[in-house]
Design a protein. Structure first.
Length: 312
């Protein structure tokens, strides 16, 4: 059958509309063991960059602190320089991921532990200051979660005030360094629903945090975009706040195991993930505050793709 130009145009339009939209950025959290493997093993780094190219990942949140009595950012900084140079050469951005389950860094919100967080952050500032432009981190992603602490239930507002105090101290350190590196925390979507009095101002934890930091990654861990308990609805308040403050939000999703079914895409397919991300991007893509997605996390994502046979 001969296809007229009008029919061909219609078919192309239908094909494009059926494809998932690509966000301007897609990041992936890369935790302690995997990050140490990437900086020390060129083959592991190549595999990570191949995955990034295949799956439209544009940023790595690369762990950059102590792990199992080693601190490569201090003692072998050249391995970070080599990897970051390679990743930049491949068109990737690299953020220093700070915060660790291994170090129980949730305690850093406590005033008596704050110096540990400041020292951790200063190491990244020192690293960037001593590195060539193409070897520097593009930003910092902080993962310090006060709600993990045992005292959360009995002292929630107090801990949140200390969490914000820590944020201010970190940003003061950044300002004192004269550097312009972007800094932002990973925050749960429900921070937007908790009001706290801080420095005489009553606002949501999210609003206070976004006033301090340059951006945030929203831990919006649901495996469906729509509905009252979906990704879109849980992100709306944060997007509104970010829009007012001129800040950006990366929406984080989970693919790891060991989570409640509604939290993770673990039991679903890559096609399901892409469909729900496309719906989310359709909802927020025209907002200046929307800055793409982050996947939690590198090892879980590779294993999940391998089980489906969709990792090349």
């Amino acid at each position: 059958m001969k296809r007229t130009p009008r029919i061909v145009a219609l078919l192309v339009s239908m094909l494009v509309s059926a494809m998932p939209a690509m966000a301007t950025d897609r990041a992936i959290w890369t935790w302690e063991a995997e990050s140490y493997a990437l900086v020390q093993d060129p083959m592991a780094a190549r595999q990570a960059m191949d995955l990034a190219r295949q799956k439209h990942i544009t940023s790595f949140y690369l762990y950059a602190d102590a792990f199992r009595d080693r601190n490569l950012i201090v003692n072998r900084s050249e391995v970070y320089r080599q990897l970051i140079r390679r990743m930049h050469g491949a068109g990737l951005r690299v953020f220093a991921l700070l915060g660790s389950a291994d170090l129980h860094s949730e305690v850093y919100v406590l005033p008596e532990q704050r110096d540990q967080a400041l020292t951790m952050f200063q190491r990244v500032l020192d690293y960037n200051a001593s590195s060539a432009f193409e070897e520097r981190f593009d930003g910092v992603n902080l993962d310090i979660e006060p709600y993990i602490l045992d005292e959360w239930d009995r002292n929630k507002l107090g801990l949140l005030g200390q969490y914000l105090d820590l944020g201010q101290a970190l940003m003061d350190l950044r300002r004192a360094s004269g550097q312009s590196i972007q800094v932002g925390p990973a925050i749960p979507f429900w921070f937007a629903r908790i009001q706290v009095q801080w420095h005489g101002v009553s606002a949501s934890v999210t609003e206070h945090a976004l006033a301090l930091y340059d951006y945030a990654v929203l831990m919006d861990y649901r495996n469906h975009a729509e509905g009252t308990d979906g990704i879109i609805n849980h992100a709306i308040d944060t997007m509104e706040i970010a829009g007012r403050l001129g800040k950006q939000i990366v929406i984080g999703v989970e693919v790891g195991s060991g989570e409640a079914e509604k939290v993770s895409f673990q039991h679903l397919t890559e096609r399901d993930l892409e469909r729900e991300l496309a719906l989310t991007e359709r909802a927020f893509g025209n907002r200046d505050a929307f800055a793409g997605f982050a996947i939690h996390h590198y090892r879980a994502y590779r294993e999940w793709l391998n089980r489906q046979g969709t990792a090349r």
